[in-house]
Design a protein around this ligand. Structure first.
Ligand code: 6GU
Length: 224
């Protein structure tokens, strides 16, 4: 998979992508991730990328020309399965969406800033719009990091057996049951007996029961 990220702040991505599983996935060539500075596509002599909105109102809008030039440049080099715009005014990301995106060959992610982007980019270039929750971030970059992390870990070969995604919370619309490791007793705090019993079928039954119980209590919306 190849992921191209269009942003005004490419340096934001340096940290998140240079640690842990994402770093390993890039090193092992399971995924290529490139950031592109939208400002490099500005033809304005002051390298402007934002402008006042028609009709007035607070906040600047990202200009259409540099974004269009950046997307056209990338599209001339390969086909994209998804051209995604990260914005709070969009459907919320969920595991089902992540699963679908993880099957892509090439995806492009556009990060908005200021008030957002000129609507004509959304109308004519964008194939998917994604929010990561009902709160507002200063820009789409951190949301894009979240999306990339969630997608990359599902690419075959990225996770090993111990890290397997098959038992993730949400893969079956259930939260994960509680987990424990050694010691059996920590300051008098024990571990559920069933997990020490060796009865695998009973253990799985317990885990399912806990998962359903937790989901009912904390996220009843997932069971609908
Ligand atoms: Cl994708 N962008 C911004 N700016 N804020 C958000 C978001 C995205 N998702 C939730 N809040």
């Amino acid at each position: 998979m190849r992921i191209d990220i269009l942003t005004l702040f490419p340096a934001i991505f340096n940290g998140p992508f240079s640690e842990s599983i994402i770093r390993r996935a890039v090193s092992a060539k399971h995924v290529e991730v490139y950031t592109h500075d939208i400002r490099d596509y500005s033809t304005d002599k002051h390298k402007r990328v934002d402008d006042y909105q028609f009709g007035g109102g607070a906040g600047m809008v990202m200009m259409i020309e540099p974004i269009a030039a950046a997307i056209d440049d990338l599209k001339s080099q390969r086909n994209y399965d998804h051209i995604i715009y990260m914005t709070p005014d969009a459907p919320t990301l969920n595991q089902q969406r992540v699963n679908t995106l993880s099957l892509s060959e090439n995806i492009m992610i556009l990060c908005g800033h200021y008030k957002g982007i000129d609507q004509r980019i959304r109308d004519h270039y964008i194939t998917d719009e994604i929010s990561i929750g009902d709160y507002v971030l200063t820009g789409g970059e951190l949301a894009a990091c979240v999306l990339v992390d969630a997608v990359v870990r599902l690419i075959p070969g990225v996770l090993n057996d111990e890290e397997s995604a098959l038992t993730d919370s949400f893969q079956d619309n259930l939260l994960s049951p509680p987990i424990y490791t050694r010691p059996k007793d920590f300051n008098g705090w024990g571990v559920p007996e069933i997990l020490l019993s060796g009865h695998q079928a009973k253990i799985e039954e317990w885990r399912m029961q806990k998962a359903v119980e937790l989901t009912k209590r904390l996220r009843p919306d997932l069971l609908k």
